[in-house]
Design a protein around this ligand. Sequence first.
Ligand SMILES: Nc1ncnc2c1ncn2[C@@H]1O[C@H](COP(=O)(O)OP(=O)(O)O)[C@@H](O)[C@H]1O
Ligand SMILES: [Mg+2]
Length: 335
Amino acid sequence: MSEIKTIVTIASHSALQIMKGAKQEGFRTALICLENRINVYTRFKHLIDNIFIIKEYSDIIRNETQKILLDLDAIIIPHGSFVEYIGIENLYKIESPIFGNRKLMEWEYDQWKKYELLKSAGISVPQVYNKLNDIDRLVIVKLPGAKGGRGYFLAMSKDELIMKAEKLNIDLSQAFIQEYIIGTPMYFHYFYSPIYDRLELLGSDIRYESDVDGLRRIPYNIVEPTFTVVGNIPVVLRESLLTQVFDYGEKFVKITKTKVPPGVIGPFCLEAVCRNDLKIVVFEFSGRIVAGTNLYIQGSPYSWLYFDEPMSMGRRIAREIKLAIENDALDKIIS
Ligand SMILES: Nc1ncnc2c1ncn2[C@@H]1O[C@H](COP(=O)(O)OP(=O)(O)O)[C@@H](O)[C@H]1O
Ligand SMILES: [Mg+2]
């Protein structure tokens, strides 16, 4: 294993937080950036030592780009846009080390596998319907590739579902149909440290989604709700909810160690709804940094309990890399 000197990511999602965190921990930094985004990222040159412009994201696997990254002794930090942009088929073609477990990113890409992993962990999940005839309550219909909640729709019954699918020209054999959980959506930001063998809760947020969160401004339900994320709002949990939140986090770490060895490394998020009986139901996970962590670039009420210094998720990642280097344990955090 060669040395690691530069923290690299794709210019999108949580890239600025990752760059800032890397600098705070003393690393060199680099961004891979599309031409049309350069205007944003060059404003933060003090955080970014190199910016490499690419034409399209899959250029990351071109020989020239790979060579640049290897010459920089780079470690790549995947984020929410990473697999989506470079393509799952390119994941294993990247020669530089990636922070985290590539195999878990593959699982995350598949709605059914993702759901099965949560369920077999013993985490509470919504009912999933494989047969339309079984639909007996409000459901949310998710389509592959409809990332960021775009293109999802709700239905109360089989008939309504078929009618809407026809109208939207949707192939239902590809649809993932889940019970719609009523309550407060909440997203928990965890960090599992293989170096400390410790699960940390570093923050939580509520996503502000268009138009489902804007509908309260309209007198009646005249618009079909949509779920496109437009921003994130901070939330601190009622302290008694932490019992479930830590229990679910531990369960997730355990199941990934068994089913997707070596298991989750670093940041992950459980995306959930807290029902009115205070039961938390998890509808999906992200096996990497989520954009809701951008709220806590100076640390959060939870990170402050672990660290006497501002600790963003981006910085926490860089800290883990630093600890791994110091302990000669890089193999524990990369894939
Ligand atoms: N089972 C569910 N019950 C209630 N709301 C849900 C459920 N599944 C998804 N949602 C809502 O839809 C949004 C997008 O769904 P999600 O499964 O996270 O898709 P994506 O992969 O696009 O992030 C969520 O943030 C949440 O607001
Ligand atoms: Mg989601």
